[in-house]
Write a protein of this length. Structure first.
Length: 438
């Protein structure tokens, strides 16, 4: 590896990786998932969440094998390039880029909405754009600074979810989970899939900081394992605590928007109590943790495309002092703000999920392919129960993608059209064929 490529510094520890892995995702516990209640009710979203949780357990172990064997910032781009060549690598990398660049705008809107509750005279969009500028700056200052900040706010956000559960679970009633639980039949389970994924979307970003991790061949696996265990527990706890207070209609997106947890707590304490205001205030940490973490991961995905020439080379530059991909971070900020200005957070979430599912499918296929064509590749960690785990992840991700296409045909056309457009543009603009990663 050249000096230019090695200019990302290895400073991340397993604890920091846990903070990033949980932080990438934790805002999904605070909002977004409740859109799935409008699509499938309690049971519809619950069934979807069960299978999506199974997807992430099996996928995270499969992805850990790839990340430990090929510890590079490009994530699935590098794995698919090694397995199938540069064309497939580019498409897989673009799917990853779409996920990581479109997930933050939805979270930024959540940040703006929460601040708007506290300062109703200021438009939520102002806060959302300010968040982009502030946290892009933090990420430019250095990965260790960003990861340390991420760890602190993630710990606060996890503690806040624990407090929410402690305050609401005494009012939990099982009949609230079973009342009108499947209002739209079995179809509701499939329609709720993208919002069940929102509980876990982005955890795979751990792989994108592999080049900045101390002993990545050992610590990346720990990061995935500890993060998935934490997120699974939090998802079940938050879902049951929020819905169990007054039923799914009381916290659905249609009725309460992006604030299901404050709405559930208000059923117990009212909207003027100290605990309600505490949740609204501290709940911002969950949004901030995911937003900051995903900006970090997205920066590395863009950086890798710039470094390899798929994007303008300037996006592959590293700041001489802070050793961070500053231009990649700024570029992502501009793209994210443009998406934010559309005001379509539910549609942005859905397109980001299309990117995520594509990433999972390409990753599992790459794992199978590399096991076949490179059996002697050094693999410090191997997925347990091979080939069952990667096959289960591949199957669930494929069914989920087909279901999403069926229920979101226009958005699916936009997503696949964007992939095709970018691929054709890349082929036209390329002056030479990019070789697979060595």
């Amino acid at each position: 590896m050249s000096q230019h490529e090695s200019s990302l510094q290895r400073t991340l520890t397993p604890l920091m990786l846990w903070g990033l892995g949980v932080g990438y995702v934790i805002s999904g516990m605070y909002f977004g998932w409740n859109i799935g209640l409008d699509k499938g009710g309690t049971l519809g979203l619950g069934v979807a969440t069960f299978f999506i949780m199974l997807l992430y357990v099996t996928f995270s172990f499969s992805y850990a094998e790839l990340a430990c064997a090929i510890p590079r910032a490009g994530g699935v781009y590098d794995y698919a390039s090694r397995a199938f060549g540069p064309d497939v690598g580019f498409i897989a990398g673009m799917a990853q880029w779409i996920e990581f660049v479109l997930a933050p705008p939805a979270i930024a809107w959540g940040i703006g909405s929460y601040f708007h509750l506290l300062f109703p005279k200021v438009d939520a969009l102002v806060f959302a754009i300010a968040a982009y500028i502030l946290f892009t700056g933090i990420n430019i200052l250095g990965v260790k600074v960003s990861a340390t900040f991420e760890l602190i706010i993630t710990l606060v956000a996890v503690a806040e979810l624990g407090l929410f559960a402690a305050l609401t679970l005494p009012s939990f009633r099982f009949e609230n989970l079973t009342s009108n639980a499947l209002p739209f039949g079995a179809e509701g389970c499939f329609a709720a899939i993208p919002f069940a994924i929102w509980f876990f979307l982005g955890m795979e970003g751990i792989a994108n900081v592999a080049e900045e991790t101390i002993h990545p061949q050992k610590n990346i696996t720990k990061g995935f394992t500890y993060s998935m265990a934490t997120l699974g527990m939090l998802a079940v706890m938050t879902f049951c605590a929020a819905v169990g207070v007054a039923g799914w209609e009381a916290v659905s997106f249609k009725n309460v928007g992006d604030s299901p947890l404050p709405a559930a707590l208000a059923k117990v304490y009212g909207r003027s109590g100290a605990m309600y205001h505490l949740l609204v205030t501290v709940g911002l940490f969950g949004f901030i943790a995911s937003f900051n973490g995903l900006l970090l991961a997205a920066g590395r995905a863009t950086y890798e495309f710039g470094r390899t020439g798929h994007f303008p080379r300037i996006l592959g530059a590293v700041h001489h002092r802070f050793h961070t991909p500053h231009w990649a971070l700024v570029f992502n900020m501009i793209a994210g703000i443009a998406a934010l200005l559309t005001g379509k957070s539910d549609q942005i979430i859905t397109i980001a999920v299309f990117g995520a599912l594509s990433l999972y499918i390409f990753s599992c296929l790459s794992l199978f392919r590399l096991r076949k064509i490179a059996p002697d590749m050094e693999r410090p960690f191997k997925v347990p129960m091979y080939p069952v785990f990667p096959m289960a992840a591949l199957l669930i991700a494929s069914v989920a993608l087909l279901a999403m296409v069926n229920y979101n045909r226009l958005l699916a056309a936009m997503y696949f059209g964007l992939l095709l457009f970018c691929y054709l543009l890349w082929k036209i603009m390329s002056v030479k064929r990019i070789n697979p990663v060595d």
